[in-house]
Design a protein around this ligand. Structure first.
Ligand code: CA
Length: 226
């Protein structure tokens, strides 16, 4: 079992590394969010222990990026932030568990074992909104049975939107998920790519599915539903 520990505090990181290694896990450590995203991109981990307050890209961003990219790797948030609103936010962003520092290693280990015992969530690989369909495994998008010729970015963008139908996704969230862009990045790239995607997904069809929410972001939904 491979674990990724995302922790900027050297003492805590070493402590976790030693503890989990002694418990039989293979452990990697990332000292910041950007390194974590890089390591997640290149290696398969069975679980990620994620600190929230990190230099640069923080834990919230890592988690948003991870789930936005469709990765189901279990995440346990380990943080000094003990506000209820933080816990809720963590779970809503797709964390599997949340433990507040200071913590007992025995409890952390027990929680990690519990998460790893759960059968992995079978992720859906085909998504549909109205007559628009996206097959992640087959890397194929169709509308009304007609194949859409999308670039890799357009496909990722559509995959993000179609996984969360009816939900308004902000430009910032989209920029983070599709372009690994930090807060404050230039989100014009999102608008440009949404326009290109729309030209393929919506323009040739009378029923429009990709809607702009002015000043906020974009939503993909069946207009017949609302
Ligand atoms: Ca920290």
């Amino acid at each position: 079992m491979k674990l990724l520990i995302v922790e900027d505090e050297v003492k805590t990181a070493n402590f976790l590394m030693r503890g989990f290694s002694e418990a039989g896990y293979v452990v990697s450590v990332a000292p910041d969010g950007a390194t974590a995203m890089q390591q997640i991109g290149t290696g398969a981990f069975d679980l990620i222990v994620l600190d929230i307050l990190l230099p640069g890209v923080d834990g919230w961003n890592v988690l948003t990026w991870l789930r936005g990219a469709g990765l189901q790797t279990p995440v346990l948030i380990l943080t000094a932030r003990d506000e209820v609103s933080d816990r809720v936010r963590g779970l809503e962003l797709g964390a599997d568990d949340y433990l507040v520092k200071p913590f007992a290693f025995s409890e952390l280990l027990a929680r990690v074992r519990t998460i790893l015992r759960r059968p992995p969530a079978r992720e859906a690989t085909t998504f549909r909104v109205a007559d628009l369909e996206l097959d992640v495994d087959g890397h194929k998008a169709t509308r009304g049975g007609r194949r859409l010729d999308l670039t890799a970015r357009e496909f990722t963008l559509l995959a993000l939107l179609i996984r969360r139908p009816g939900e308004v996704l902000t430009r910032t969230l989209i920029a983070q998920a599709v372009w690994d862009m930090g807060i404050g990045g230039d989100t014009n790239v999102v608008d440009v790519n949404v326009r290109r995607l729309r030209a393929k997904v919506d323009d040739p069809f009378p029923r429009k599915l990709l809607r702009t929410v002015r000043g906020v972001g974009y939503v993909l939904e069946d207009p017949g539903v609302n």
